[in-house]
Design a protein around this ligand. Sequence first.
Ligand code: FE2
Ligand code: FE2
Length: 295
Amino acid sequence: MAEPQAGPELRAPAASGPAGAPAGEGPPDGAASILFVGDLVGSIGRHTLLDCLPILRERYAPTFVVVNGENVAGGLGITPKAADQLFAAGIDAITLGNHAYHRREIYPYLDNQPRIVRPANYLRGQPGRGVCVVSSASGLRLGVINLSGSLYLRTGRSAFIEIESALQELGEVDHILVDMHAEATSEKVGLGWHLDGRVSAVVGTHTHIPTADARVLPQGTAYITDVGMTGPRGGVIGVKRELAVQAMLTQMPIRFETSAEDPWLNGVLVRCSKRLRADSIEQVLMPRPAPPAAA
Ligand SMILES: [Fe+2]
Ligand SMILES: [Fe+2]
């Protein structure tokens, strides 16, 4: 993770493609929508997703749902139990980032569960894989690639070089989603331009703050620098704000705890009508629904 602020649900207008791709163009079998949800922070993030998901499924009927789960276990890392819970809720794939290896118990899981990916540009000897393919009920194939930026983050190789073998490894698919987990906006913008026209979407994660630049690039790749996080906006990028502020104030080590205040879901919906191209990308910024009032 690398954040903080309530109010009504916000949904930015969908950013359309370059010249506004004509509706209905292309083979109808390439039509798909992808809901990508930013870094789930702690159990509050996981429950926010689980509470929002039925509403989002009804509203958007996404073909695929992909989430970044690098902070879902108490704010750092992911456990097999948490991942299983996400898959049981119908999540198609999970991406990770710099906290992928915080929990040792996830290592064999990363090797054995094909629908969870850690950055492809980590060392080959590290647990897990960086690429996966998931299929929809209608037989559409989505390739998911996780990459990591280099600034302030440890990577085995450059994301810009590794992407070529990652794309090759995917083979024939209908759509490709790339989660570029990076601190620097420049690395994410650069990768978006580098992949424009070759993948359906490049989404940035890691900073936990959604950016206001969602758009479809000229060759048809949906892009956003950071999707944001799904977790407590009342904290500081997921951490209880009083602890985070205290650490900044005193410059002394402080044991961080995950905030539970003001949970929101941050995501994007990418709509596509032809293979490997996006028509639009729409931000989905939604507070956790209030529990039904007791009768
Ligand atoms: Fe994160
Ligand atoms: Fe991160």
